[in-house]
Design a protein around this ligand. Structure first.
Ligand code: FUB
Length: 342
């Protein structure tokens, strides 16, 4: 991550051009995962803080320590902060960096899936449970067996199956894995080689374990070839999200160092997915991360930027804006600041 703050932007101008404003301003929030439970919207973001950790390329300055949940009865509407739902002190295996999370529901229990670094410096994915969407959540004593890297998204298909999508390169450590095995000597593929894909694993009925060995997802170009590592304005970096629209599976993700939210579509939750285009152009701040959710008959993109902190990359604010589909099932690209390029 090459820069921690931005000093060339006129933030007054940017905020007048912004298509949406931060949903809350009493704290910094990022990586919003939105779901509708019992007719109400719940957003599970990362809780950004200034942990006083110097900036580095591993993202160590993202030193988050807890999660909150925010609910809304409508959009627009008043977001309610329900307070801390899980703190890192209450996760036995996790040392630091509570990064992106997601929540889903089955048979009376809510499951919070989250990324954190364990004491050996390796990112893993944990799970915590609650009887309420507003927590508090109780963490399992160990991370999910066989999990690694960051950014879980847990998607429920129409047949009731749940799938976890996960992974992120650079600070997210995905480049250290081949065939699900960590080796510190592994690095990113070379520019002309296929880019690393996000991972998918079906969950067991108990929602606490993988039912299968994680598989690598293929994202293809129009000719059916895998996107290459050098194709960094289209290849996967982090921030997996899955949603289904008109029977089509939409896998969306961040391209990281080129700062786009892109999407690819397919006919199976496992892919392969064919690259279709950009959902969101770059926002202020290095990272971009999102979720997509239908609420009260409209589709929305939840995303974040660093406008409130005036460009501090690790102090982000979640936002929401409608998304629109075209007749050919493509999604219209959103410009976050009305023609003002970042
Ligand atoms: O919030 C920490 C990390 O920044 C997330 O896990 C990434 O997706 C990026 O948004």
């Amino acid at each position: 991550m090459p820069e921690d703050s931005i000093d060339h932007i006129d933030f007054d101008l940017l905020n007048t051009r912004a298509i949406s404003q931060p949903l809350i301003t009493h704290m910094y929030t990022a990586d919003p995962s939105a779901h509708v439970f019992n007719g109400k919207l719940y957003i599970y973001p990362s809780h950004d803080i200034d942990a006083g950790i110097p900036f580095d390329d591993e993202g160590s300055h993202f030193g988050m320590e807890d999660y909150h949940v925010i609910s809304m009865d409508s959009i627009p509407g008043k977001p309610i902060d329900h307070g801390i739902i899980l703190h890192i002190q209450d996760v036995a295996w996790a040392q630091k960096q509570l990064w992106d999370s997601d929540v889903n529901y089955k048979n009376g229990t809510y499951y919070l899936y989250f990324s954190a670094k364990s004491y050996d410096g390796i990112f893993r994915i944990g799970v915590a449970t609650s009887k309420s969407p507003t927590g508090p959540f109780i963490a399992e004593p160990e991370p999910i067996k066989g999990s690694y890297s960051i950014d879980p998204c847990v998607f429920q298909d129409n047949d009731g199956s749940f799938y976890m999508y996960f992974g992120g390169i650079w600070g997210g450590q995905l480049q250290k894995y081949r065939n699900n095995i960590y080796n510190s000597l592994h690095e990113l593929p070379r520019s002309h080689e296929p880019a690393l894909g996000p991972r998918i694993a079906k969950l067991r009925d108990n929602m606490l374990e993988f039912a299968e060995t994680p598989k690598e997802i293929e994202i293809l170009d129009e000719q059916g070839n895998r996107l290459t590592e050098g194709d960094n304005s289209r290849r996967f970096f982090e921030a997996s999200w899955m949603h289904k629209y008109n029977g089509i599976y939409y896998f969306s993700y961040s391209t990281g160092d080129t700062h786009y939210i892109c999407y690819a579509t397919g006919i199976s939750p496992y892919g392969p997915f064919t690259y279709r285009g950009r959902i969101l152009n770059p926002v202020v701040g290095w990272t971009t991360h999102h979720s997509i959710c239908e609420f009260q008959g409209k589709w929305y993109l939840f995303y974040h930027d660093s406008s409130l902190s005036k460009g501090v990359t690790h102090l982000r604010s979640m936002k929401v804006t409608p998304i629109h589909y075209n007749a050919d099932s493509s999604i219209q690209t959103i410009d976050p600041y009305n023609d003002l390029k970042i």
